[in-house]
Design a protein around this ligand. Structure first.
Ligand code: ADP
Ligand code: ZN
Ligand code: ZN
Length: 727
């Protein structure tokens, strides 16, 4: 044993930008075989413990006699190694976050807490191909169906089922009798036989062959309108990847991972497809992680945090709807899953496929400048035609509950044809504002700079930012007038108005309120069935399900998005409109989109109507270049919040003073946050911009220690957001 003995350098999940030295547990020697293994160590006063990961070994930097010994080594083989470990270090450096916090973000909760890596060699139950088909069809609700849906997500371990749903065996037997499920050895689950792929369209064939040819890291942007067959390209590329004996990772937005999506992947690929999302239990997530780490699992489809799964035999990464905002983590380590997917693919030396009907301007810029291969799918697959778009100018027209007569007529005609209509409004609740008609008073949240939303037909006020609730006053608190009126319309009010106008139609509202439960969306859509009906909802509806009888999309209130201060507002609005419009006419029936607006001459709408998303994107890129905004510049945002405005300002001013000017990098502010007060806290921010990414990071590296040393920093909660998406 060397003397002084080597120590363990441990990354702990604490918000301190450093690692911690420990002696190895008594009787053990530190060495390179500890790297990437978890250890349980004493931490803090009062006998506290933490689980950390060994990120280095070597001689102690100080007096080893002053060090404590780790309590326990938790892994015999490293949990983190190779490319994944390196990529986590990249995340820590790029987002200027402590490595311990990055690791804690990357590991499933059970592993973070120190539980052993699950042993996945067990018996379990899996859906048969017939089961997958049955689950994709509407059917009788009940215990067997719930179990089948669960089995379609992933084969389930018997122990796991015992724990979570006692009595599951009766349901399993019922499924087995109908040939829908079977008992399997979880090791090497018998793959369902894949169903055949359709013949690729010429556009798809070009995309697939572009992925087949070449070697190493290849970023590809697949730009294709909704329904053009992007998913089909993913599936064939994944099949290639599997045939080459390699693993594939597919990232989808939060709202994109539906049982329908998973069933489609499972039915087509002929191997078990693991799901990974926040709706899974801790044990299931740890098991999926372990399965990918051991190579037993070959395909994982998951939301944002799935980007951290181990890929020891990687062959392909796919990011579906790459422009989607849910890929950016908005607290803790503020990583962007798409960007991390690119970094990982580059280190792994494999292709990465970014798909979208409405690519982010960042990706588009990379594609246009030749850094990414740019492939387009111009037409809808399977012969479906793009929907016709009509703008309803509602200036000086009476609106009843936010709806114009022309829009109601269009809905009525759609129902009369026996088809389905989607009425889209990105605002839940009854009305966005409660207003006094006599003096202009409106109901505001006491703790936020925001109006309270009217709910329950006017019987309740709710703040959508802090959750505060209140009973609406009977009279105006300022002028005692009784003329208090809900202004504008949210989905709840639209639902009421449509129900009154079309009492016969099946009406389904889909927003965050009606879809709290995980399977709620499925249930709602099942209720709609194949008959005539109306869906009313927020952007939850923009994506996901194929509704073959949906032929009309009516957009109510695009106007809020046309006049936002956020420099990304135009991009986001265009993306949302295209995604919602893409719900219409996806199958054989032709689709129609109507946009109800008070601003029919707004340039964004005109550009969108005449040139589609590419025209909007070109316009926005030119504006961004002229204004030196991303992707032509690089940003970092320092946010601060505190009980008093003075503390926020004090910190931000000192932070600005501590910022060392350098060429091409500027700190701007302090400026008010988009919501200067939220949940009782004052908030402010400072924006750093740079023409070169490297210069930005060099400046941030110098700045952070100075920030941490500020006395005023102790009176605020602050965070640094690299590549912020919400300014
Ligand atoms: P996207 O992912 O771009 O929205 P999908 O891959 O889901 O598009 O395709 C839209 C529809 O067209 C799906 O029902 C799909 O099964 C069908 N489809 C895709 N490619 C083909 C093809 N080559 N031939 C026939 N149908 C196809
Ligand atoms: Zn009043
Ligand atoms: Zn509030």
């Amino acid at each position: 044993m060397p003397f002084p003995p080597d120590i363990l350098r441990v990354a702990l999940p604490v918000p301190l930008p450093r690692e911690f030295d420990y002696l190895p547990p008594a009787g053990q020697a530190a060495g390179p075989d500890w790297l990437g293994c978890r250890v349980r160590v004493p931490f803090g006063r009062g006998g506290g413990e933490q689980v950390g990961v060994v990120v280095g070994t070597g001689p102690a930097s100080g007096d080893p006699a002053a060090l404590k010994a780790a309590h326990e080594r938790l892994d015999t083989a490293p949990l983190l190694r190779g490319e994944l470990f390196d990529s986590l270090r990249w995340v820590a450096a790029y987002y200027h976050a402590p490595l311990g916090e990055v690791i804690a973000t990357a590991l499933p909760a059970a592993l973070r807490a120190g539980q052993p890596l699950p042993d996945t060699r067990r018996h379990g139950w899996a859906a048969t191909p017939a089961g997958h088909e049955a689950a994709a069809r509407p059917g009788r609700e009940g215990r067997p169906r719930r179990l089948l849906q669960e089995l379609c997500e992933a084969p389930r371990d018997e122990d796991d089922l015992d724990q979570r749903s006692p009595g599951w065996r009766t349901a399993a037997r019922a499924l087995a009798d109908r040939g829908l499920a079977e008992r399997v050895v979880m090791e090497g689950v018998v793959p369902p036989r894949p169903i055949a792929a359709p013949r690729p369209t010429p556009g798809q064939a070009a995309a697939i062959s572009a992925l087949r040819t070449g070697e190493g890291f290849r970023p590809v942007l697949l730009e294709g309108v909704t329904g053009s067959g992007k998913t089909e390209v993913y599936l064939q590329a994944i099949s290639d990847c599997l045939a080459a004996g390699r693993q594939a990772l597919v990232l989808v937005p939060e709202i994109g991972l539906t049982p329908q999506t998973l069933s489609r992947f499972r039915a087509r690929l002929g191997v078990p497809v693991l799901a990974f999302h926040s709706g899974l239990g801790d044990g299931e997530r740890a098991r999926a992680w372990a399965d990918m780490a051991s190579g037993r699992a070959r395909v994982l489809v998951g939301t944002r945090s799935a980007v951290f799964c181990p890929l020891p035999e990687a062959g392909l990464l796919v990011v579906d709807e790459e422009h989607d905002g849910s890929y950016k983590q908005q607290d803790g380590v503020r990583y962007h899953a798409r960007d991390l997917a690119l970094v990982r693919a580059s280190r792994l030396g494999v292709p990465v496929l970014l798909g979208s009907a409405t690519p982010s301007l960042e990706s588009l810029h990379n594609a246009l400048s030749g850094r990414y291969r740019h492939l387009r799918l111009g037409e809808r697959a399977g012969g479906a035609r793009p929907p016709a778009v009509r703008v309803l100018d509602v200036r000086k027209r009476p609106l009843r509950d936010g709806l114009s007569d022309a829009l109601l007529d269009a809905v009525g005609a759609c129902l009369a044809r026996g088809e389905q209509a989607l009425v889209f409004k990105n605002r839940r609740g009854y009305a966005p504002v409660l207003l006094c008609h006599d003096c202009g008073w409106s109901a505001h949240c006491a703790r936020c700079d925001a109006a309270m939303t009217v709910h329950a037909g006017g019987r309740r006020l709710v703040c959508h930012h802090c959750g505060a609730r209140a009973t609406p006053p009977n009279a105006c608190p300022d002028c005692a007038s009784l003329a208090l009126q809900p202004q504008g319309a949210g989905t709840e009010r639209l639902e009421q108005a449509l129900a009154a106008r079309f009492p016969e139609a099946c009406l389904v509202r889909v927003d965050r309120e009606t879809t709290r439960r995980r399977d709620a969306l499925e249930k709602h859509l099942a209720r709609l069935g194949d008959g005539p009906g109306i869906l009313v909802g927020t952007q939850i509806l923009a994506k996901g399900h194929d509704l073959p009888r949906l032929t009309l999309v009516a957009v109510v209130g695009v106007d809020e998005g046309l006049f936002s201060a956020d420099f990304r507002a135009g991009e986001k609005l265009a993306q949302l409109l295209i995604q919602v419009a893409g719900r219409a006419g996806r199958a054989r029936l032709p689709g129609e989109v109507v946009l109800q607006t008070h601003h029919p001459d707004h340039p964004l709408l005109g550009t969108l109507l005449n040139g589609g998303y590419p025209a909007v994107a070109a316009l926005q890129l030119a504006e961004r270049e002229a204004a030196a905004f991303p992707p032509y510049a690089h940003l970092a945002l320092l946010r601060a919040e505190a009980t008093t405005e003075a503390d926020v300002q004090g910190f931000l001013h000192e932070a600005h003073a501590a910022f060392e000017a350098r060429e091409g990098v500027h700190a701007n502010g302090p400026m008010p946050a988009p919501m200067a007060r939220r949940a009782g806290k004052a908030r402010g921010q400072l924006l750093v911009d740079a023409s070169q990414r490297n210069a930005l990071h060099a400046a941030l590296r110098d700045w952070l220690p100075a920030l941490r040393a500020l006395k005023s920093a102790r009176r605020v909660r602050w965070s640094l957001d690299v590549d912020p998406t919400d300014l």
